[in-house]
Design a protein around this ligand. Structure first.
Ligand code: FES
Ligand SMILES: [Fe+2]
Length: 383
């Protein structure tokens, strides 16, 4: 399908909106649109599923999902981190729940088939009763990419490489030494909102001065710069001097980098934030057409200022949740025409919606009109 043919699902036009306009309200409420997004977006994208801080030792595992597909991420006894479909090859039972350490094998609780930490099927009670080739019935492996502390997985063998997907994040994360960071804390929230509404809230600084208090309004929005890639975008913004004074940046950062916060978006549902003294993310897990689970996690080189961060993250999230809940209620209004986005302060919403539109159209065209901008160019522009 070309980008000029409109993509209509359930009567909702999911083509790329005209410049400055946003998707129609029913794109955020229609169950049919949501089902199509699970297929065309979540099942074809690199989705964040776990953190390396929970996968330090062989046998450590974390369960998660890609859209509605359950997966389990495991550190193998060979040191490798792998992702598998969290489904037993016998009759489908999940082989793990929650997170923890599975020891030498993942054991299905239903009929006790067991799988080594590299996915091989190693134990089948009453083996002689099975005529199929059990040697081919290991856990189904899913493509896995690591950008410490984050682990991503992708269900689609035809999707771009992980490196292409995450673009300029690796050098930024290296600069912030995120691979050495420790896990600080996590909050999860269940919110009655469409996943795109929450993502879009995370992509704009326009609401910050109206919704959040001064403590959280720590960057200069007017002088921020936006960068776009095929599957990601960023805002680089100066941290206000009063914030730098309150929570000193990590000592290893060079002078210029002490002043920047990088707000990102990795399509479809991850909002990573790299600030001078910490790394955090929001992951928006779709649960239903108008339901998400929000996962907020923070990491830093030291646990100093942990309480301060903890309080401000929870407070900020609750302020956003109150705002987006009202967005969702309003979007249910019958006859509401499509809205608009600000050209600078909300420009990443436009980019996000073009990524959504491209995916809904089958993912076949490039967004190169938004960039891509090379890392060198990016660094010289922010310098
Ligand atoms: S479903 Fe797993 S052993 Fe039967
Ligand atoms: Fe916010």
């Amino acid at each position: 399908m070309s980008m000029t043919e409109p993509v209509i699902i359930d009567g909702v036009d999911l083509s790329a909106p005209a410049p400055g306009r946003v998707l129609p309200p029913r794109a955020y409420t229609s169950p049919a649109v949501y089902e199509a997004e699970l297929e065309r977006i979540f099942a074809r994208s690199w989705v964040h599923v776990a953190d390396t801080t929970d996968l330090r030792s062989p046998g450590d595992f974390v369960t998660g999902s890609i859209g509605t597909t359950p997966v389990v991420v495991v550190r193998g006894h060979d040191g490798e981190i792998r992702t598998f479909l969290n489904a037993c090859r016998h009759r489908g039972t999940t082989v793990a729940e929650g997170s923890g350490n599975c020891g030498k094998s993942l054991d299905c609780p239903y009929h006790a088939w067991s799988y080594a930490t590299d996915g091989r099927l190693i134990g089948v009670p009453d083996r002689e009763e099975f005529s199929c080739d059990l040697s081919t019935m290991g856990l189904v492996t899913v493509r896995t990419g690591v950008l410490a502390p984050m682990v991503f997985a992708c269900l689609d063998a035809g999707a771009p490489t992980f490196e292409d997907w995450i673009g300029a994040w690796p050098p930024l994360m290296k600069l912030g030494r995120t691979d050495e960071m420790q896990f600080l804390f996590e909050y999860t929230y269940d919110v009655d909102v469409n996943w795109k509404v929450y993502v879009e809230n995370g992509l704009e600084g326009y609401h910050v001065r109206f919704v959040h208090d001064m403590l959280n309004d720590f960057v200069e929005t007017k002088t921020a710069r936006h960068f776009f890639e095929e599957h990601a975008n960023y805002t680089h913004a100066f941290v206000k001097p009063e914030y730098v004074a309150m929570a000193p940046p990590a000592p290893h950062l060079m002078e210029g980098d002490r002043l920047f916060a990088r707000f990102g978006h990795v399509f479809p549902n991850l909002i990573p934030v790299l600030s001078p003294d910490e790394f955090s993310y929001l992951r928006i897990d779709p649960i239903g057409p108008e339901k998400i689970r929000l996962v907020a996690r923070s990491f830093a080189l030291s646990s100093e200022f942990r309480e301060l961060r903890e309080d401000s993250v929870d407070r900020t999230n609750k302020q956003d949740i109150a705002a987006v809940s009202r967005v969702q209620r309003g979007l249910r209004a019958r006859g509401l025409p499509r809205g608009a986005h600000a050209s600078f302060l909300e420009t990443r919403i436009g980019h996000f919606e073009r990524m959504v539109a491209r995916a809904m159209a089958g993912g076949t065209y490039s967004l190169s009109h938004d960039g891509p901008i090379t890392f060198e160019k990016r660094m010289s522009e922010v310098a």
